[in-house]
Design a protein around this ligand. Structure first.
Ligand code: ADP
Ligand code: AMP
Length: 214
């Protein structure tokens, strides 16, 4: 099963894709996590991506597409995967369609986690992520068992630089301009599933599973 996650920044794509991945034994591939890991490791890709990420802009397609094509060709993706944060532009979506079609394949589900802008800013100000494994938390909605420490790997929880309110506003503008059109793109392909992302985390997950198994 090949799933892509759509939705505004902070809609809950990472939270839900981690759970979907655990349920079906599929790798969760987050382009944002890949860029952040490169940044921590001080690679050239990380350095190039940093300027765009800090400003809340998209990293150019030429830096993004190759790494995804390479990642989904790995052995652990043979039975499918969940793309969290890719595609984010029509050019990225077209490329993914083309690459999959070369092996007679396609995206099975595009899961759109729908959350209005007014809910996003509050969510993002409370988001904390593990500096080591990237798992997302929320200081109110999804706190870790021990404050400041990741349940998964014991890493330290940090606030992302691009979760500051001003940057979040720009990320929302970029989302509406460049990523939202993908909802119609995947609807036209007949694989769009939209869930109400304002419900609590367990309910959103149950709605997604119900749609995938309908
Ligand atoms: P995205 O990957 O779409 O940017 P995340 O999964 O990181 O979003 O979620 C953003 C923030 O909102 C996190 O702090 C997360 O704990 C919280 N969150 C996710 N889903 C919900 C939900 N359904 N209700 C309330 N808070 C949520
Ligand atoms: P995320 O962790 O998904 O919120 O992504 C954080 C940041 O990484 C985004 O604001 C972009 O700057 C960059 N990024 C992640 N995925 C993509 C993508 N598919 N295309 C372009 N930029 C991306």
């Amino acid at each position: 099963m090949k799933i892509i996650m759509l939705g505004a920044p902070g809609a809950g794509k990472g939270t839900q894709s981690e759970r979907i991945g655990a349920k079906y034994g599929l790798p969760q591939i987050s382009t944002g996590d890949i860029f952040r890991a490169n940044l921590s490791a001080g690679t050239e890709l990380g350095m190039k991506a940093k300027t765009y990420m800090d400003a809340g802009e998209l990293v150019p397609d030429e830096l993004t597409c190759d790494l995804v094509v390479d990642r989904i060709s790995k052995d652990d993706c043979a039975n499918g995967y969940i793309l969290d944060g890719f595609p984010r532009t029509l050019a990225q979506a077209d490329l993914l369609t083309k690459v999959l079609a070369e092996s007679g394949d396609k995206v099975d589900f595009a899961v759109n986690v729908d959350v209005p802008d007014e809910n996003i800013i509050a969510r993002m100000s409370g988001r904390r992520v593990c500096g080591k494994c990237g798992k997302p938390y929320h200081i109110v909605n999804m706190p870790p068992k021990v404050e400041g420490i990741c349940d998964n790997c014991g890493g330290e929880l940090i606030q992302r630089k691009d979760d500051l309110a001003e940057t979040v506003k720009n990320r929302l503008t970029v989302y509406h301009d460049q990523t939202q059109p993908l909802i119609d793109y995947y609807d036209a392909k007949g694989c769009l599933v939209t869930v109400d992302g304002t419900k609590d985390i367990d309910e959103v997950f149950a709605d997604i599973i119900a749609a995938l198994e309908a």
